[in-house]
Design a protein around this ligand. Structure first.
Ligand code: MGD
Ligand code: MGD
Ligand code: MO
Length: 827
C-alpha cells in the first residue's frame, strides 16, 4: 500500500523488516514539485545521488523542460528504491536564481561578467607564461570528490602529462585519503573489500566514528529494517556523540576524541588473549602476525580504559561482541580518519578482520567508507595524489605502462616523489612556488582547516586563482577567474559509490546560461593549450563523456579497478554494477579478496606502504623482503596522545562534523527550503553535565575559541560525552548578512575558523576531529532554541524544544515493491 510521510520529521521513512540472509525489500520513494503528478511528468532520466557516497539510484522527473522531482530506482542494488532527505529535496538547488551563468574575471577589487574566450584566454596565457618562467611545478590543481569519472580522468591527463605537474590533488585528501591509505597499507592497493550487501548477512555490525544514520541514511534504513526483522544483527558504535547509531547499538563506546588507536589495540589484545583468531587464515593470507601480537600484548582493556576514559568492562564487552561474531561487518569513517593517528587506527580494523578471518564472504566485510559521491573516481583516475588505475609511482613498470596508454615518454609523467598532497599544495602556494591554483568543485575557504590562513593564501596578488563552481562561493569570491559549471542533472557521466558500484548519470535538462560541464571546460583548456603526445598527435583524443569513458577503460585495463567490461549501454536501464568488471567478472564483483589477497604482490601493488608514525615511504626492496608473496600486511602501531590536548585556557575538546540535512558548505542544501529550515544556522553542542556545571542552557549565545580563531553560535545541551564540544562545519558566509568572510566587526561562524593546520602522517588527512577549545557565554538565551535538528545526534536533552518537522512541502510517497521476490534467499 502506498503511504506518504514528512521526510524531514521521519528521515528514514517506513520500515520494511527483513530477516538475515533475505533480500532487502523494495520501497520506492518519490517526491515531486507542487502541482506535478506522475501523469504530468514528461520523462524520467536515470541518475544517482551526488550528495554522499551511497550512490542512491534515482530517476529525475522532467516537466516543462525543468527538473520537477525524483523517484528512487527499484531495481538498483544499492537502495532498492529508497531515498534520503537530501536525495528527495536537494535537486531544487539546480534551479537557484543565483547560479553562476557567465564566466567572471577580476578587474581590480571586483569580479565582472565576461565570456568564455576572455576567461579562458586569461587562464591559458597565465599557464603559458608560468610554464616558460617557472616550469610545470608552478601550476597546481585542487579538485574534488563531486565531479564525474570522465572529468577526473581528463583533468589527470592534462595535469600530469599535459602540464607535467606533480601538484594535483582532490579535497578527497580531507575526506577519504585515510580510507585509501589504510587499504594500501594492508592490502597493497586501494579498493573497497566489502559490499553493502554484507548488511543482509552480518550478525554483528561495528561502526567506528561513522554516523551512518545521518551521512548515509539509506544504508541506515537497511540496518533499521534488519533490526526489525528476524535474527537481527547486534551493533557496536564507537562515537563520542549520542548519534542515532549509538542509540540503536547493543554496545556504545563514547571514547575521548583522538584515542581510537588505544581502544583498537585493546580490542586486538582481547581477541588474541581469548583465542578468537583464525590461525589458518592468518597463515595463508597475512604477514606480520607475531609483531602485531607482541605490540598489543600490554594493551589491556584496563590500560585503554584510562586513555579512552571508558570503563574497562565496556571494552571487554565490545571485544566479546567482535570476537564472537559469526559474520562481522565493520565500517569506518571520519571519527577515525580525521584524527592524528588516522591511518594507524583504520589499519587496526583491517587487522581485526584479518586475524579473525572475517573477509571475502557474505556478511564478513570491511567498509573503509568513502564520503563524497565520486571520491572513488578521484582516486581511481589519479586526480588525488596517486597515479591512474592504482598504479604505483615507485614502480617504473607501472609508470612505463601508463606512459604507453597516454603515448608519452615516461619522463613526462612526474614520479620523482609521491604526488603532492593538498595540504602541501596550499603550503607551496603560501611560500610562492605554486603561482596558479585551479580549484574545481570544492570550497576550501570554508572546508580547509584554519580559514584565516586559507583566505590569506588565496588573496595573495602573486597567486592566480581559477575557481570552477556553480555559485559565487566564499572561495570564488577570492578568484581571479570564475568558470560557471554545469552539474548533476545537466551533464552526463559515470561515478562510483563507496562499495564500488558504478552508476550512469544522464543529462536531464540544459545548464543555466553559458554554464558548461566540467568535462567541456577541461577539454577546452587542453585544446587551447594544444597538449601533444610524443608523436605530436593530440594528447587528449576524446570529445564527449562516452568517448572519455572508453579512454578510461583502456587506462584501467588489467588494473584492480578494471572497467573494461562496462559501457554506457550496459549501465543504462538496469542497476549499478560493482567493479572490477571484465572478461572474468562480466557482471561485476560483489566482494574482493574472496580467495586470497590478490593485489598486494610486489609487481601489482599500488603502494609499498608507509611508516604509520612518520609517513616515510617503504622502499621496493624492503617491501619485497617483507611480503614476497603478496599477502595482507598486519601493521601494528603504538598509541600517541593527540597533538593538542585540553589545558586550563582551552579546557574542552572540540570536534566537528555533519548533520543529516546539510551537505558540506551548503552551496546546494542551503538553497533548498525543506533542508535549510531543518538546520538554518550554526550551533554548539555541549554535554548536559557540562551545561549544568557552567550554568549554561539551551539557546545561550556562546563563543568557541581556539588558538586559530573563534566562532559564535547558540548552545544545545545533548547526551554528548562530557568535556567535548561539537560544531557542524556546514556554515560559511554566503548567506550571512555580510555575504563574505568575517572581519573585525562580524564574528566567525565557520567551524574551520578554529581548526588546526595538522595532518595524519601517512594519509596527510587533516585533523578536524580534535582541537582544544575555550567556551564563553556572550548572552543568555531569550527562549529561542538553538537552530539544531531534534531528529539527529543533536537531539536536545530539554523537553521544551519543538520537534523538527518539514510540513506538507516535505512529504514524499513510499511505494512497496513486489513482495514474493523479497522473500527469496540470496548470497
Ligand atoms: N548529511 C550529510 N551526509 C554526508 C555528508 C554531509 O555533509 N552531510 N558528507 C559526506 C561526506 S564527504 C563524508 S566524508 C561523510 C562523513 O560521514 P561521517 O564520518 O559519518 O560524519 P562526521 O559527522 O564527519 O563524523 C562521524 C562521527 O565521528 C565522531 N567522532 C568525532 N571524534 C571521534 C573520535 O575521536 N573517535 C570516534 N570513534 N568518533 C569520533 C563524531 O561524533 C561523528 O558523529 O558523510 C557523507 N554524507
Ligand atoms: N571542520 C571540518 N571541516 C571539514 C570536514 C569536517 O568534518 N570538519 N570534512 C571534510 C570533508 S570529509 C570534506 S569531503 C570537505 C568538503 O568540502 P568542500 O568540497 O569544500 O565542500 P562542498 O560544499 O561540497 O564544496 C563543493 C563545491 O563544488 C561545487 N559543485 C557542486 N557540484 C559541482 C559540479 O558538478 N561542478 C563544479 N565545478 N562544482 C560543483 C559546489 O557548489 C561547492 O561549492 O570538507 C572537509 N572539511
Ligand atoms: Mo568527505
Amino acid at each position: 500500500m502506498q503511504s506518504s510521510a514528512d521526510r524531514i520529521a521521519e528521515p528514514w521513512g517506513a520500515r520494511t523488516p527483513y530477516g538475515r540472509h533475505q533480500r532487502w525489500p523494495t520501497r520506492v520513494d518519490t517526491h515531486l514539485a507542487e502541482g506535478i503528478g506522475p501523469d504530468t511528468v514528461e520523462h524520467w532520466v536515470q541518475t544517482a545521488s551526488l550528495l554522499h557516497s551511497d550512490g542512491d539510484a534515482m530517476d529525475i522527473a522532467v516537466a516543462d523542460g525543468r527538473i520537477a522531482g525524483v523517484r528512487g530506482r527499484a531495481g538498483d542494488r544499492v537502495n532498492r528504491g529508497r531515498l534520503g532527505p537530501k536525495d528527495l529535496f536537494g535537486w531544487q538547488a539546480n534551479a537557484s536564481p543565483d547560479r553562476l551563468n557567465r564566466p567572471l574575471v577580476r578587474d581590480g577589487d571586483r569580479l565582472v561578467e565576461s565570456d568564455w574566450d576572455t576567461a579562458m584566454n586569461r587562464v591559458t596565457s597565465r599557464s603559458r607564461d608560468l610554464l616558460v618562467e617557472r616550469g610545470p611545478g608552478s601550476i597546481g590543481f585542487y579538485t574534488t570528490g563531486q565531479l564525474f569519472l570522465e572529468e577526473y580522468y581528463t583533468l589527470t591527463v592534462l595535469a600530469r602529462a599535459g602540464i607535467g605537474t606533480n601538484h594535483l590533488d582532490g579535497n578527497t585528501r580531507l575526506c577519504t585519503a585515510t580510507a585509501a591509505e589504510a587499504l594500501k597499507e594492508t592490502f597493497g592497493c586501494d579498493g573497497q573489500p566489502g559490499s553493502f550487501d554484507d548488511i543482509d548477512h552480518a550478525d554483528v555490525i561495528a561502526l567506528f566514528g561513522h554516523n551512518i544514520a545521518e551521512t548515509q541514511p539509506v544504508q541506515w534504513m537497511r540496518i533499521l529494517d534488519r533490526l526489525d526483522g528476524t535474527d537481527p544483527p547486534r551493533l557496536l558504535c564507537v562515537d563520542p556523540r549520542p548519534t542515532p547509531v549509538a542509540r540503536a547499538a547493543a554496545v556504545h563506546l563514547a571514547p575521548r576524541p583522538g584515542t581510537n588507536l588505544a581502544l583498537l589495540n585493546a580490542l586486538l589484545h582481547e581477541t588474541i588473549r581469548h583465542d578468537r583468531t583464525d590461525p589458518d587464515y592468518i597463515r595463508a593470507h597475512t604477514v606480520g602476525y607475531d609483531e602485531l601480537a607482541t605490540r598489543v600484548q600490554d594493551c589491556t582493556p584496563r590500560w585503554a580504559a584510562d586513555i579512552c576514559d571508558i570503563p574497562a568492562a565496556r571494552i571487554s564487552e565490545a571485544a566479546e561482541l567482535l570476537g564472537t561474531a559469526d559474520r562481522l561487518l565493520s565500517t569506518v569513517l571520519q571519527g577515525v580518519y580525521q584524527s592524528h593517528q588516522a591511518t594507524a587506527a583504520a589499519v587496526q580494523i583491517n587487522n581485526l578482520h584479518l586475524i579473525r578471518g572475517m573477509l571475502g564472504k557474505p556478511g564478513a566485510g570491511i567498509l573503509q567508507m568513502n564520503g563524497q559521491p565520486t571520491a572513488q573516481n578521484t582516486r581511481e583516475c589519479g586526480a588525488n595524489g596517486d597515479l591512474p588505475g592504482f598504479r604505483n609511482w615507485q614502480n617504473d613498470r607501472h609508470v612505463a605502462d601508463l606512459a604507453a596508454v597516454w603515448n608519452v615518454e615516461p619522463t613526462t609523467i612526474p614520479h620523482y616523489a609521491p604526488p603532492t598532497h593538498a595540504m602541501q599544495m596550499f603550503r607551496y602556494a603560501e611560500q610562492g612556488s605554486i603561482r596558479m591554483l585551479w580549484i574545481s568543485g570544492t570550497n576550501p575557504a570554508v572546508s580547509l582547516p584554519e580559514l584565516a590562513r586559507v583566505r590569506s593564501i588565496l588573496t595573495q596578488r602573486r597567486l592566480f586563482v581559477v575557481v570552477q563552481d556553480l555559485f559565487l562561493t566564499e572561495t570564488a569570491q577570492l578568484a581571479d577567474v570564475v568558470l560557471p559549471a554545469a552539474t548533476w542533472g545537466e551533464k552526463t557521466g559515470t561515478f562510483t559509490n563507496a562499495d564500488r558500484t558504478v552508476h550512469l548519470s544522464d543529462r536531464a535538462v540544459p545548464p543555466p546560461g553559458d554554464a558548461r560541464s566540467d568535462l567541456d571546460i577541461f577539454l577546452d583548456y587542453a585544446a587551447r593549450m594544444d597538449f601533444r603526445d610524443k608523436d605530436d598527435g593530440p594528447l587528449i583524443t576524446w570529445h564527449d563523456p562516452e568517448s572519455a569513458f572508453e579512454a578510461w577503460k583502456r587506462c584501467s585495463a588489467g588494473r584492480p579497478c578494471d572497467y573494461t567490461g562496462l559501457s554506457y549501454a550496459k549501465l543504462r536501464g538496469g542497476s549499478g554494477i560493482q567493479w572490477p568488471v571484465n572478461d572474468r567478472a562480466p557482471e561485476g564483483t560483489p566482494r574482493l579478496y574472496t580467495d586470497g589477497i590478490s593485489w598486494a604482490h610486489p609487481e601489482v601493488c599500488e603502494s609499498y606502504g608507509k611508516d604509520l608514525e612518520t609517513g616515510a615511504t617503504v622502499s621496493p626492496v624492503e617491501y619485497r623482503s617483507l611480503n614476497p608473496d603478496g599477502k595482507a600486511v598486519l601493521k601494528a602501531a603504538a598509541y600517541l596522545t593527540p597533538h593538542e590536548t585540553p589545558s586550563q585556557e582551552y579546557p574542552f575538546q572540540l570536534t566537528t562534523g555533519r548533520t543529516l540535512y546539510h551537505f558540506h558548505t551548503r552551496t546546494k542544501t542551503g538553497r533548498v527550503p525543506q533542508l535549510n529550515r531543518a538546520a538554518p544556522d550554526v550551533w554548539v553542542e555541549i554535554s548536559t553535565q557540562d551545561a549544568e556545571r557552567l550554568d549554561l542552557a539551551e539557546g545561550d549565545l556562546v563563543e568557541v575559541r581556539t588558538p586559530r580563531g573563534a566562532l559564535q553560535g547558540r548552545l544545545r545541551p545533548t547526551g554528548l560525552r562530557p568535556g567535548v564540544l561539537f560544531v557542524p562545519f556546514h556554515y560559511g558566509y554566503w548567506d550571512t548578512p555580510a555575504g563574505s568572510a568575517p572581519d573585525a566587526t562580524t564574528p566567525g561562524r565557520a567551524a574551520n575558523e578554529t581548526t588546526i593546520t595538522d595532518w595524519d602522517p601517512a594519509s596527510k588527512q587533516p585533523l578536524f576531529k580534535t582541537a582544544a577549545a575555550a567556551l564563553t557565554r556572550l548572552a543568555r538565551g531569550d527562549g529561542t532554541p538553538a537552530p539544531a535538528p531534534t531528529t539527529t545526534a543533536s537531539a536536545p536533552t530539554t523537553a521544551t524544544v519543538a520537534a523538527t518537522t518539514g510540513g506538507p512541502a516535505a512529504h514524499a510517497t513510499q511505494d512497496p515493491g513486489p513482495t514474493p521476490d523479497s522473500r527469496k534467499d540470496h548470497r
